[in-house]
Design a protein around this ligand. Sequence first.
Ligand code: ZN
Length: 293
Amino acid sequence: MSKRGAYLCGLVAVLFTASAISAQTKLSPKWEELTAADFRQGIQESKGTCLVPFGILEKHGPHLPLGTDLLNVRYASLHAVEQEYAIVFPEYYFGQIFEAKHEPGTVAYSVELQLKLLQETTDEMARNGCKKIIIVNGHGGNEHLLPFFAQAQMDKPHDYVVYVLDGERSRPGGPAKKSSGVDYHAGENESSNTLVTHPDLVHLDRAAIESGADQKRQNLPEFVYTGIWWYARFPNHYSGDGSAATKELGEWNMLGWISSIVEAIRSVKADDASLKIQNEFYEKAKHPLDTRP
Ligand SMILES: [Zn+2]
């Protein structure tokens, strides 16, 4: 072999070894893809920070898949952890969706099971080292459930903190919207997002065959709440106009969502106050008569 040939061989060997090592050391963020030993390393690397992207199975207008919320929240979460590592729990869709029980494909677990399953899931995550659990909400119907769940952690001592991250909200400053009026569910925003995350699952040509208009069938002041409010306003389980969706709006929305998850992961990793304050609270809650101002 010539001197030059030997040099090239050596160089190839070095490059090959380097890439093999980096393939070995690059940890997957997905819980289910890690080996047991790599999981231990992942917990270290993430500083015990783990995400539960929370979706649902429900109708999304006439044109989007049942799992839209799960698909989109996982897309956003998995892109966020590329920028700031955290372990991502597998597909989780056991949330609040009673208001869509009249539509095909909805899976609505009981209140008891929703709370018990979420509690046992976070307990098990924490037992495995996830001491900071960020629930990334992808479903509007969970917006009361999740703060309630977080609040309920004060009932009994836990050696971990639950952080709840609100769902994606359209930020101002992006491409101008084409539709006007409410856009809560499977409308221009969510359809645009899904055009980015799973374009093959969007049937934009069907988006106008049902109405997503607010039917305003209740006549009550805004500060009076009823469980039927959603069905009264949006009986087709569709709110907004999905036919106005564009990829440009979806890209803007998804970038904003991803960056807010990254920001949340970074601030949660840096948070050394919440667990200490929780522990102080649990201790004092054992003997309230000793609590003095
Ligand atoms: Zn949705």
